[in-house]
Design a protein around this ligand. Structure first.
Ligand code: PEP
Ligand code: MN
Length: 355
């Protein structure tokens, strides 16, 4: 299934990378909303975000003011001319947001995980021409993300974008939500015309990670950035650690290096050719390796041996990981490659043994 999308076509917004969306995690008070928005607008930001309905992991935290905060957003639009966007999770939110003149809607990570909720949202958007941004689900499941985009699109919403906000994982270290960049990159490969916006605030979870994440997103060809910005971040009612002042945001954006795809030069073309040749060799070697592996399967079958010999497997992994480290590669990377090769090898051997 393909997405039938149209350009975002946002009034007053230049069609230029990166599209910037900024504003606080939550709309806390009318003063906080307006002050943050004015500072952002003075620095040239044209799209203002703020959460009004806040999905919180545990009860007891600040869950947003709900409809009461919608007029504050409308005021931002009136006083600064910015476009305004907020998160919606139910048809009721959609109705209230549209009535208040919200220009762009976004669907949060927790909602994207639930096809029932997404389908209900899609129904409520039928026949409405409003741009919708869909955050990735909390779990690293690209199909669920695409499923949500398809459902919203099937309801007739053509102005769509994806927001990459990272994925929760059991062993988090540096990031609040691991970026797993290959997932948004795969999304881009499947839907080249779908704009993808990076949310470095929810990926990083820390102020000091925002600048490097913004740069990484730009280097990977993302179309935009959605950054949490608050007039007094330390006092924020939610996500305080990851919000920056409008001036800090301006400083970060100013220093971004945007490398646009320049035409391929001779030297790049020649380097790519070398890579293609080496990939051919790699495929060739892998094919040969699988053939030998199938020979081994025949031997194992004749001698009533089990397919997987754990000691042999660990030996390969350890030896190659150490070798990889000596060659300047991360041992984890080499281990992953050998785990995949081994998996395919076992699959092919099973076919022979069970024949
Ligand atoms: C947010 O943008 O403030 C938010 C709740 O994000 P997410 O859905 O990515 O957790
Ligand atoms: Mn937040």
């Amino acid at each position: 299934m393909d997405l039938k999308i149209e350009p975002l076509n946002l009034p007053g917004i230049e069609n230029k990378r990166p599209l910037i969306i900024a504003g606080p995690c939550s709309a806390e008070t009318e003063e906080q909303v307006l002050e943050t928005a004015k500072n952002l607008a003075n620095n040239g930001v044209k799209i203002f975000r703020a959460g009004i309905w806040k999905p919180r992991t545990k009860p007891g935290g600040f869950e947003g003011h709900g409809e009461k905060a919608l007029p504050w957003m409308a005021q931002v639009k009136k006083e600064t001319g910015m476009l305004i966007t907020t998160e919606v999770a139910t048809p009721k939110h959609v109705e209230a947001a549209l009535k208040a003149g919200i220009d762009i809607l976004w669907i949060g990570a927790r909602t994207t995980t639930n096809p029932f909720a997404i389908q209900e949202l899609a129904e409520s958007l039928r026949g409405v021409d409003v741009p919708v941004m869909v955050k990735n689900p909390v779990n690293p499941d690209i199909e669920l993300w695409i499923g949500a985009l398809l459902r919203i699109n099937a309801a007739g919403v053509k102005r769509l974008a994806a927001i990459h906000r990272g994925f929760s994982s059991v062993d988090q270290k540096l990031y609040r939500n691991t970026p797993l960049w290959h997932i948004p990159i795969e999304l881009h490969r499947r839907f080249p015309y779908l704009p993808i916006i990076c949310d470095p605030s929810h990926i990083g979870g820390r102020r000091d990670l925002i600048a490097p994440l913004c740069q990484q997103a730009m280097d990977m060809g993302f179309d935009g950035l959605m950054v949490e910005s608050h007039c007094t971040p330390d006092n924020a009612w939610s996500d305080a650690m990851q919000q920056v002042t409008p001036d800090v945001l301006d400083f970060i954006l100013d220093r971004l290096v945007i490398r646009d795809n320049v035409e391929m030069t001779e030297s790049l073309a020649s380097l790519r050719k070398q890579i293609d040749e080496m990939d051919d060799h790699l495929m060739d070697l892998l094919t040969k390796r699988m053939r030998v592996s199938r020979e081994i399967a025949k031997y194992k079958k004749e001698h009533y041996m089990a397919v997987v010999q754990t000691y042999r497997y660990s030996e390969i992994l350890d030896k190659r990981a150490a070798q990889g480290a000596l060659c300047g590669m991360s041992p984890d990377f080499v281990k992953k490659i050998y785990e995949s090769i081994h998996e395919e090898s076992v699959r092919q051997q099973m076919e022979i043994i069970n024949k």
